[in-house]
Write a protein that binds this ligand. Structure first.
Ligand code: SF4
Length: 340
């Protein structure tokens, strides 16, 4: 999700440093993300074979997915996609028998090698539902040092790993930077520095140390971040048990600032159909990732009626059920102000 056409050097350097899992989507940067990758492959066609190329569609109809897939192939100047995701499903019911047939046909035509979905909402249920299906090859889900500690996520990841489904972790930073507002935050920041890691590197390592996770999808819009992440990947130092329990304590101490994506809990407790989880994610893009433009464009794509009603609703029942104890009402009102 960055201006790839004008940052070709990033891709060149990524290949040189062995960063070969490339993830994009039909919608990223209004199509410029895929176009930028296509520009790169036009110049360095020999690199295509060493890249595991992933893209996604939010078309939600079979016809629309076919159109998106063909457009992705054209934009990226490639004959095949290694892994194609139905983007951002909220329930495993989206992966029905028609979707299965669509995937099988795209594979038979040689347009994709593997098929699956990405999910930011109700991830655990989606994973548990996918494991017994037998035709889901890969899943990309929100997964980080916070979520990996829960029993529900452990069970879901275990079921998929046993079923041979390749798992890609995204949103691995678990919200924003570790700040210095409280005792746990100060201790955590100091611990990373003492261990020779930045906090971002420590969070990546926490995920990589689980062998059930095949890969991490991490946005690297600058050479500094590409360099930091690559250094963490090649560094063989493991987090200690004390480091991991410190991360766990920090996750608990800062839970109210992180939405865990369990949207069926809060959204069913609000009087109108409001996508609480998505709005929380857009706030995260804005506040934690510093990507205000993208957050505003996603927020602006919500239906007008939803945006109009959002700030006026009563979220008391949703807040009472939220396992992270998030101040949902306040955050929804702030999102309406900040992202409108
Ligand atoms: S606001 Fe709370 S209940 Fe809703 S998705 Fe986020 S963590 Fe779950």
């Amino acid at each position: 999700m960055f201006d790839i056409p004008n940052n070709q050097l990033m891709l060149r350097q990524a290949v040189k440093w062995g960063v070969t899992y490339w993830d994009t989507a039909n919608s990223y940067e209004g199509g410029n993300s895929e176009l930028g990758i296509g520009k790169y492959f036009a110049k360095y066609p020999e690199d295509r074979k060493s890249i595991f190329l992933v893209t996604k569609s939010t078309a939600w109809t079979l016809k629309g997915m076919t159109e998106h897939l063909n457009l992705s192939l054209e934009r990226m100047r490639t004959d095949w996609i290694d892994l194609f995701f139905v983007h951002a499903i909220r329930s495993i019911s989206s992966m029905d028998k028609d979707m299965r047939k669509w995937g099988e046909k795209a594979k038979a035509e040689g347009k994709i090698r593997f098929f699956g979905f990405s999910t930011h909402s109700n991830m655990e249920e989606c994973l548990l539902g996918a494991a017994p299906l037998g035709w889901i090859d890969g899943i990309m889900m929100t997964y980080n040092y916070r979520l990996m500690q829960t029993d529900a996520m452990r069970r879901a990841v275990d079921a998929c790993a046993k079923a041979g489904i390749g798992l890609t972790a995204m949103k691995t930073q678990g919200g924003g930077q570790v700040l210095t507002r409280g005792e746990e935050e100060i201790k955590m920041g100091g611990r990373f520095l003492q261990g020779g890691f930045t906090q971002g590197q420590a969070k990546l390592k926490a995920v990589w140390e689980n062998p059930q996770i095949a890969s991490i999808c991490s946005q690297m819009p600058s050479m500094a971040l590409l360099s930091e992440n690559t250094a963490a990947a090649v560094n063989k130092t493991r987090l200690s048990a004390v480091d991991r329990s410190a991360l766990d304590r920090y996750a608990q101490a800062s839970a109210a600032g992180y939405c865990a994506g369990c949207t069926r809990i809060c959204e069913s407790a609000v009087a109108a159909a409001v996508p609480v989880g998505r709005v929380m994610r857009y706030l995260m893009y804005c506040r934690d990732y510093g990507n205000r433009g993208f957050a505003r464009s996603r927020f602006g794509a919500l239906p007008v009626e939803t945006r109009a009603v959002m700030a006026r609703l009563d979220y008391t029942a949703a807040e009472a059920r939220c396992p992270q104890k998030m101040p949902i009402g306040r955050l929804m009102r702030e999102a309406s102000q900040e992202l409108a």
